[in-house]
Design a protein. Sequence first.
Length: 427
Amino acid sequence: MQLSLRQVAAERDWQPLHTPKNLAMALMVEAAELAGMFQWLTPEQSLAVQRDTVLQSQVADELADVLLYLVQLADHTGIELEHATERKLARNASRHPPARPGLPVGAALATPVVETHVLVDWENVQPGDADIRALVPDVTDLWLFHGPSQKHVGEQHTSFGDRVTPVKIARAGKNALDFHLSFYTGYIAARHPDARFVVLSNDKGYAPMIEHAAELGFATRQLGFGARAAAGRSPSRRGAAPKTPAAKVTRGKRVAAAQEAAPAGVAVKKVAAKKVAPAKSAPRKRPAAAKKTAAQPDRIATEPNETPVASKPAARKRPAATAKTSDTASPAATRAASPAGHRASAPGAGGVPDRRPSVGLAKAVEHVVASLRKTRDKPTRQARLLTTIRSLLGASIDEATVMAVLGQLIERGLVVVDPKGAVRFAL
């Protein structure tokens, strides 16, 4: 009804006149006209309106005018009329105890229902009625967001009746459904500020929106569903089987050392992952007479329990000016292979170490820079900036790449992070 009234006003240029003050006065005028119809009738004559079709039609017109102005006044003052009415009825029932307690109406008004809206990412998960009620027992409203090609969505959720709403996104595209779901979360929260909201999806990209809504005071959370939610991230997505605790500790130390030496993105990840396997077994020593190829760069011990290659005496080290770099080992990988505090950067033009990022990291940095430039409310803390970078690069991105992107932003002077974690931008 409010949308229809807005359209009527817009098509006739009435919006400037529809201020709360004018609408309240118009409401009083229409209520007075309604009262004028009963002014000189006796109580008995007023009860006979139901049998007088002419008078009943006139009363109907005046009642409609009163209702329309009331609805417009609520719309222009930002009041959810249905919620306000329920709250007022409950308050009146509490202030005025019933003379005959136990009637259904009095009992229902004493405990107003708090709505719980469940918003389902149907492209990501497809739970049934029983699944949804098991995850969210107090669910009252169900919203199913689905792609244009998904058919018959919501037909199996008959137990919700008219409280289920399928929402087909306008068109397919990257993150298109995520944006639709986030928009509806804000829209419903504006109309029902006291309601609770649950996003049902295994997609971690909703985390910034959920956190921001919680900071604003809305009861918002996210739940996963199915095997992926129970087991966490699938090992196949990470490209490796689950590691033992000892292997995880060793890999964590190597990643930390590589990041301290040079946050070089994907190259750091490859070096750290490549050295996990030798740590599980006794180190193999190459024969002293073995010939070293360009594809096998010198290995340097990065752990106390890792034995350096025995066939690499100090006398065979090449001078920095004539040393040849491997065709397969990038400058970032060479820096990452060196222990913290002993960087072994490959020399570039004029003997200056080459600190250019890898191609994959460069694209990631440019994508983050372009997105941040379009963002009006940029994160002001380092932790929030890291969360933003993760969401921009996708849920499967690794921490080494996230830290490498942040390092590139700082190195280029696009981001300044003070010792307390505050962030300033120069975009």
